[in-house]
Design a protein. Structure first.
Length: 146
């Protein structure tokens, strides 16, 4: 398989640590594409599910984390913007973990000069903002179904 070079990859809602995580398919995707920029746009690790004792961490999830860190170490810009499921990481905005930068938002300039605001988007979810218990309850039921 040949690797296709792209300028940027945008990933969100991976939910590492859960049964629903499709890390094997994600690894195939990352093998197929190399990039200058890798943007992780929230809910990469599902701390909500993990805090309830439902940790399901596979070898492919470990491999995914290692692959992201390796790409960062080899010069790919990796930006992590926490979402609601990994919101505990918001405490580290402005910090770098190795070569992975944690940001609350990021302005990405496309090759044609257009600028895009990168965020997770949970800050616009009225249920998550004002009735978090409803969001958590929905998450519990979702995880029971998958």
């Amino acid at each position: 398989m040949t690797t296709q070079q792209v300028r940027s990859i945008f990933l969100s809602d991976i939910h590492l640590g859960t049964k629903a995580c499709q890390a094997s398919q994600l690894l195939e995707f990352l093998k197929a594409y190399s990039s200058e920029n890798l943007f992780l746009l929230g809910d990469i690790v599902d701390l909500w599910a993990m805090s309830r004792g439902g940790v399901c961490w596979s070898a492919s999830q470990n491999t995914f984390v290692q692959k992201v860190l390796r790409r960062a170490r080899h010069g790919e810009k990796v930006i992590f913007i926490p979402g609601n499921h990994d919101e505990a990481m918001r405490e580290y905005v402005g910090t770098s973990f190795g070569d992975v930068m944690v940001e609350s938002e990021y302005i990405h300039t496309a090759s044609d000069g257009r600028r895009y605001l990168l965020i997770h988007g949970d800050e616009f979810d009225q249920v998550t903002l004002h009735h978090k218990w409803v969001a958590v309850l929905g998450d519990i039921f979702y995880n029971l179904l998958v």
